[in-house]
Design a protein around this ligand. Structure first.
Ligand code: EPU
Length: 340
């Protein structure tokens, strides 16, 4: 029997630690329980909201929704040969625990995505990425429940239409499917990606000359822990903004005016700017408001809730930052975090 709760506080279920409430709330542990919840009285005439790790959202008000927390925890190697294995994990699996488990089984490809907060089911929605690797590089397929038909459908990698922090589940299919598991094609031989300078210098600091994927994972855990706030200690949702991609016709005069501007080539016509650098230059880094929320001291891309802030206050701060970057550099930042 499902235990559906009313006016349930989501404070401990979103990494920003915002004290918003859900009109209805339930935890489901199986696909049958998920279907039962979707067909319950409470689900009638109300929007469904699927909650994963709560690590990429900002709640600016109480949710007049039926919030369903997925606790699907299966882990299985569904096929393998001498070279590769297909590994499937339930949507509720904590992402970082999943990465460590694949490394323990000597399956490689996810090591650069160590310590990203959130759940396996949420990771394809925004094609999570870090240190030169994105989910789209290894995701094999996923299974998702169609909310209209309650049938399970399979999405291949290309059907997910991945892009930088984007997928079909964030755009045309938003709110139409519940991802229930994700499969990855992982390699049995390491193929280390260490182009990010910080990885090599961290491995050197650890006195490792011939690194294994586990060593790269450890180096990334160290780098992330030194720059990004631990959501268990300080409320945050990782990068709050996307790194903006602009055309080179706009970039050329900007570079002339600001020769130090942090940037990366995207293709022959586009350049990606580091939002953290732009925000930092506008003087926001480390700014704290009312002793309760602000911009992280070590990474200007991350907004933090030291405790007690409302989602609306953090949202308003993000609007002020967008305005000031626009005024200073003429560049429009967009939020990476989902706002509710
Ligand atoms: N920078 C500053 N000041 C800051 C922050 C950054 O000057 O306060 C400069 C850095 O010196 C560097 C550049 O901006 O020259 C880029 O910074 P960094 O390498 O830290 O990476 P990022 O672009 O800020 C992105 C991802 C992160 C991911 C890292 C590492 C986005 C929006 N963010 O950050 O992802 O961990 O690269 O790959 O793409 C996340 O999505 O939640 C996230 C943390």
């Amino acid at each position: 029997m499902l235990e559906i709760k009313q006016n349930y506080s989501l404070k401990d279920l979103n990494t920003f630690g915002i004290a918003a409430k859900a009109k209805f709330f339930v935890v489901v542990r199986t696909i049958d329980e998920l279907k039962e919840a979707l067909q319950s009285e409470e689900a009638k005439g109300i929007s469904i909201f699927i909650l994963g790790g709560g690590s990429n959202m900002l709640l600016t008000k109480d949710l007049d929704y039926f919030v369903i927390k997925l606790d699907l925890q299966d882990f299985e190697i569904t096929s393998e040969n001498e070279r590769i294995a297909i590994v499937r994990a339930g949507a509720g699996f904590v992402w970082h625990d999943f990465v460590l488990k694949t490394l323990d089984r000597s399956l490689f490809g996810l090591e650069n995505l160590s310590l990203i907060p959130g759940s396996v089911g949420a990771c394809p929605i925004q094609n999570i990425g870090a240190y030169g690797v994105e989910i789209k590089d290894t995701m094999y397929q996923l299974e998702a429940l169609n909310l209209d038909t309650l049938e399970i459908e399979i999405f291949s990698n290309s059907q997910c239409k991945f892009d930088y922090r984007e997928s079909v589940f964030k755009s045309e299919l938003k709110g139409k499917y519940v991802i229930i598991n994700v499969s990855f094609q992982l390699s049995k031989t390491p193929d280390l990606k260490m182009e990010y300078g910080a990885i090599k210098s961290e491995l050197e600091a650890l006195n490792i000359t011939v690194p294994t994927p586990k060593d790269v994972s450890t180096a990334i855990i160290n780098i992330r822990s030194s720059k990004l706030p631990d959501p268990n200690k300080i409320g945050n949702s990782g990068s709050f903004f996307k790194n903006p991609v602009i055309s080179n016709t706009i970039f050329a005069p900007l570079l002339k005016k600001h020769p130090q501007i942090a940037h990366y080539k995207v293709d022959d016509n586009h350049t990606k700017l580091a939002a953290g650098w732009l925000i930092d230059q506008c003087g926001w880094k480390g700014k704290t408001i009312n002793n309760s929320y602000g911009v992280h001291k070590k990474q200007a891309l991350v907004l933090v809730n030291y405790g007690g802030a409302s989602g609306k206050e953090i949202f308003d701060l993000s609007s002020d930052i967008i305005q000031s970057v626009k005024d200073t550099f003429g560049v429009a930042l967009t939020r990476e975090v989902n706002i509710y």
